[in-house]
Design a protein around this ligand. Sequence first.
Ligand code: GLA
Length: 367
Amino acid sequence: MDTAATEAWFAPGRANLMGEHTDYNEGFVLPMAIDRAAWIAFRPRPDGRVRLFSLQFDQATEFDLEGLSRTGPAWAEYVKGVAWSLREEGRALRGFDGVLAGDVPIGAGLSSSAAVELAAARALAASSALAWEPRPMALRAQHAENSWVGMKCGIMDQLVSAAAVAGSALLIDCRSLATTPVPLPPGAAVVVLDTSTRRALVGSAYNERRAQCEEAARGLGVRALRDVTVEQLARSGAPLEATVRRRARHVVAENARTLAAAEAMRRGDAATLGRLLDASHQSLREDFEVSSPALEAMVACAQGDGAAYGARLTGAGFGGCAVALVRGADAEAFSARVSAAYRERTGLTPQAYVCGPAGGASLEALA
Ligand code: GLA
């Protein structure tokens, strides 16, 4: 039997530069795809069966595209969920025999799940001869995560994984889904700093934060927190519970910071961008309360280094990664110094990656 894969599709993880917990409030985000990804190499099948082997988990699973159920290993639910979501929209799918691989650290806040979802969407689209459209496919993947996996995430991770442009971060308007590539300031580099601590998202405080934001929007009489400015919130006499008001204050200020960050990047102003990163972290710690002791230690080490313009936690928070904007020429030395300082402070072994903005989900040339 010929077992050679005929195609491999990859989809990247991401680091978010600015705009945390704003996407599900219909606001703005500024993520960039990173050169760590999920891959699916596969050979199409004429029928509706999917047979998939995960290299990371060293485990095989198989299922029929008809009558999907949540009975397999957890890693496979991201693939199955995308198939379910596409079928729910009436797409006719054909199966494949494939191998799933990836090097986005799992649960680190770098969107390993969106990477698997978009790699699955690309593989299913290719095996089923569906046209590839980044926005609708990102929405199908988000729907899979919301309704199949049960994590009420926004659109940021799926959309940047689908639509990133190499060399630029992507400003996303999460209401219109308009995307605008924005280059990094010349001479600046992004370093992702992994605390090596992890927190599962499903069933966690993430969904609770989202509910608090929705409560704030209802209390303020708007469709979403996107529709409120910092001044309007400060002046509003709406009877918001104190915690809910602080959650809203983070989101509203973070939207303004995200637009200011994109402007600073367009001007090539790394110093202003760095200050915005620091302010975002403070707001995530104090108002949104999604930092953790490990993230505090990492961000303090990064902010205290002379090569840094600024640093903040990235992704949902509670553990995982921070992101720092640093002088490009010093990025490797910065990574070594901050890793040593963090290890000294916490006893934990971190990882640091200097990341260039990568492109979105596409076909990988097979050797
Ligand atoms: C996770 C979610 C995103 C976003 C971030 C926080 O990564 O998947 O939709 O809400 O958290 O900004």
